[in-house]
Write a protein that binds this ligand. Structure first.
Ligand code: FES
Length: 238
């Protein structure tokens, strides 16, 4: 985990209305897909808690530390603009960990945006994997090799992928099986990791507990430290 400063070089608006910022900063701060940075704007001392910013979009590379691609981060407040300086802390949490010999990557966006799943696409295509994305949210222009499907096509496709990556608001966990077309108590037939959307107000600094996620066996995990990406089989409430 590193602490450093960065500066916004560009503001972008995604196809789904997600407002993101390209940030010039040390490559050491760059989060992997599903991880996040805690950002604070020193010009806005009233926003003491800062913002949890996730990598979004389709960079050509986010892992080449010698030639890092511009980092797009979201969500950002409307008050930020090109030239805004930021104090950054990260990368934080645990991101997605696709298997090394991945052949078929399935992405499922169940929230209002698929943007946080998109950074998984370029590395998968570079490894010659097939990629399908299921989303009800508008998507940007995709590489030709990426297949786009509606959420309604999911039930017939659940055995297709080697690995599924979900973006899921935590309040939708209880209805997840219904959304996937699964029987009660049934699991997906392939490994699934879910990026849970929930507030991360202290990002682990104060251990406020606001990001507690119920696990099976009656325990809890803190999404800010132990997640926000979880193996779905470990999570309770669905
Ligand atoms: S956000 Fe405070 S403990 Fe996780």
């Amino acid at each position: 985990m590193h602490i450093d400063t960065g500066i916004i070089s560009l503001i972008e608006m995604g196809a789904d209305g997600t407002r993101s910022a390209q940030v010039d900063c040390s490559p050491k701060l760059i989060p992997h897909p599903g991880q996040y940075l805690q950002a604070h704007c020193p010009a806005e001392p009233d926003s003491a808690l800062g913002w949890s910013l996730f990598p979004v979009g389709l960079p050509s590379s986010i892992t080449d530390t010698d030639h890092p691609a511009p980092l797009s981060l979201a969500p950002i407040p409307r008050s930020w603009h090109p030239g805004t300086p930021l104090e950054l802390r990260g990368p934080l949490g645990h991101g997605f960990t696709p298997p090394p010999a991945l052949q078929r990557l399935g992405l499922i966006a169940l929230g209002e945006s698929a943007a946080r799943l998109l950074p998984l696409i370029r590395p998968a295509l570079a490894d010659q994997a097939d990629v399908v994305i299921f989303s009800a949210a508008p998507l940007p222009a995709m590489p030709p090799a990426v297949e786009i499907q509606p959420l309604s096509a999911l039930p017939e496709a659940l055995a297709w992928a080697d690995f599924w990556a979900l973006d899921l608001p935590v309040e939708k966990l209880p209805s997840l099986r219904q959304m996937l077309g699964l029987e009660p108590q049934a699991y997906l037939p392939r490994p699934v990791q879910a990026l849970l959307t929930l507030p991360l107000p202290c990002a682990g600094v104060g251990e406020c507990g606001a990001c507690a996620v119920p696990l099976r066996r009656k325990s809890y995990a803190l999404a800010c430290k132990d997640g926000p990406v979880f193996d779905l089989k470990q999570v309770d409430d669905w």
